[in-house]
Design a protein around this ligand. Structure first.
Ligand SMILES: Cc1cc2nc3c(=O)[nH]c(=O)nc-3n(C[C@H](O)[C@H](O)[C@H](O)COP(=O)(O)OP(=O)(O)OC[C@H]3O[C@@H](n4cnc5c(N)ncnc54)[C@H](O)[C@@H]3O)c2cc1C
Length: 430
């Protein structure tokens, strides 16, 4: 048995670690010079940024366990914040130290910025979803669901829309209500720490993929970077890969490439053409991260802070999170008017917002805008996502877009990789 993993993002490296752990020979082929894919460290001047500020939730158990398995220390690698949502000057929810889901209900009932009727309405919505096990007979948009449950416009804008956009990267009017409920179920209805927000203190390549590569190599596996796979050719007794290092033969392939690349690789294999068509039918949403390096003394009132009705949706103080003093990251998820602006104009808008909203009068020393135009798939209702198994028994798909409970997230990507490894393990010769 010899397994090829195409793609060294979180999904591919999760599969590789799980295979290597079970003693199955594995080779990772990654086309880029570095590992991490859509969650990777990016060197800039004399510091390291991420291609986008990410957050993890306490309920991302598979990802957190895997980071620990390859040598990470969850306590040190992350700044852990108990559930809190703050939209500066407009809304504040802080969950008290009570067992879940009481912490959320108490948080909703004491939230600042909402009327008593709105707070009761939000709590009633959560209780009603809980009674139905967070499951809908038929998917619909998140906005339709919220309207059915009498969540008024302001409540949607201040509470549900920010949660939906950050979790699904899809506007509430288009987002899948069922997938939103899956996230609410796992984050808000499990144990209290499941709703914690985890902000990494190190970059996303260092956090898991690089440690995973070391783990795989220590177990006789191979991890190749700058080595793209150009084609997958199934034969009767093996699967051939055409790679930048020449043709290679393996018994199994986990295709953990990004959706566009996975579709291209599957398209030329007749049995996988329907899978390619399924992937090609997905549409995508952007995420922009605007990094602003201010003088070191500049700080936000808290490590993570939302803004209401601004270009910047969430602000992160990298000084408080990762010791990168004066560095502020503004995140804008999903499609919107910001896409019409040049990067320099967008950075300028964010600088103005920081001045007007937070009184930061200093000028940034530099800015860097990172626009990930196809950051995640649009998580719309009833989406037909491809399965991990394909019609060819030796070829599996991993990635955040593969069928699962979660939207495009690190946890969804990791879970799909682990599932591929499990399927391959079950196929091993006795
Ligand atoms: C800006 C941004 C912010 C985000 N924020 C969050 C967040 O806060 N929380 C969260 O959970 N998720 C977030 N996400 C989503 C998360 O990053 C992704 O869901 C996850 O990284 C996807 O991992 P993956 O392994 O499925 O795919 P990818 O990361 O796309 O990995 C695929 C890999 O395959 C490689 N590849 C492609 N073609 C080939 C080929 N032919 N041969 C070899 N290699 C190939 C690519 O180079 C890449 O490294 C965010 C994403 C972005 C872009």
């Amino acid at each position: 048995m010899s397994v090829a993993v195409i793609g060294g993002g979180y999904a591919g490296m999760a599969a590789a670690v799980a295979l290597a752990q079970r003693g199955i020979p594995v080779t990772v082929y990654e086309s880029a010079r570095q590992l991490g894919g859509r969650a990777r460290g990016v060197p800039h001047n004399d510091t390291r940024l991420d291609n986008g500020q990410h957050i993890l939730l306490g309920c991302y158990h598979h990802t957190l366990q895997l980071i620990a398995r390859v040598g990470g220390n969850i306590g040190q690698d992350f700044l852990r914040l108990p559930l809190q949502l703050t939209l500066h000057r407009h809304f504040e929810l802080q969950a008290p130290r009570l067992p879940a889901p009481l912490h959320l209900l108490a948080g909703l009932l004491t939230a600042h910025g909402l009327s008593l009727a709105q707070r009761l309405s939000a709590a009633r919505f959560m209780l009603s979803m809980r009674r139905n096990h967070f499951s809908l007979p038929l998917d619909m948009t998140a906005l339709q669901l919220l309207r059915r449950h009498k969540q008024d416009k302001e409540l949607v804008r201040l509470l549900w829309e920010p949660i939906c956009i950050s979790a699904l990267n899809t506007p509430v009017a288009h987002a899948s209500a069922q997938v939103l409920l899956n996230v609410l179920r796992d984050s808000l209805n499990g144990t209290r720490t499941d709703s914690d927000i985890l902000l990494p203190r190190i970059d996303f390549s260092a956090l898991f993929p690089e440690r995973a590569a070391a783990y795989v190599r220590q177990r006789a596996g191979t991890v190749l970077t700058a080595c793209s796979v150009e084609a997958i050719i199934p034969h009767d007794n093996a699967i051939e890969l055409l790679t930048a290092h020449g043709p290679q033969r393996h018994s199994h392939v986990v295709c953990a490439a990004s959706p566009a690349s996975a579709a291209r690789l599957c398209r030329d294999i007749p049995q996988l053409a329907p899978v390619a068509a399924q992937i090609e039918a997905l549409s995508f949403q952007p995420i922009y991260t605007i990094y602003l390096q201010y003088p070191e003394q500049v700080q936000l009132p808290q490590a993570m802070l939302g803004l209401d009705q601004c270009f910047s949706q969430w602000l992160f103080d990298k000084g408080q999170i990762a010791g990168q003093h004066g560095l502020i990251a503004a995140v804008i998820s999903a499609e919107g008017r910001h896409q019409e602006l040049e990067h320099a104009q967008l950075a300028q808008k964010v600088v103005l917002e920081l001045r007007e909203q937070l009184g930061i009068t200093e000028s940034p020393l530099w800015h860097q805008v990172i626009a990930e135009k196809r950051a995640t798939f649009s998580c719309t209702p009833g989406l037909d996502r491809p399965a991990t198994r394909t019609p060819l028994p030796g070829i599996f798909l991993a990635g955040d877009y593969v069928m699962g409970d979660y939207p495009a997230t690190l946890e969804g990507a990791v879970m799909s990789g682990l599932q591929c490894a499990e399927n391959i393990f079950l196929q091993r010769p006795e």
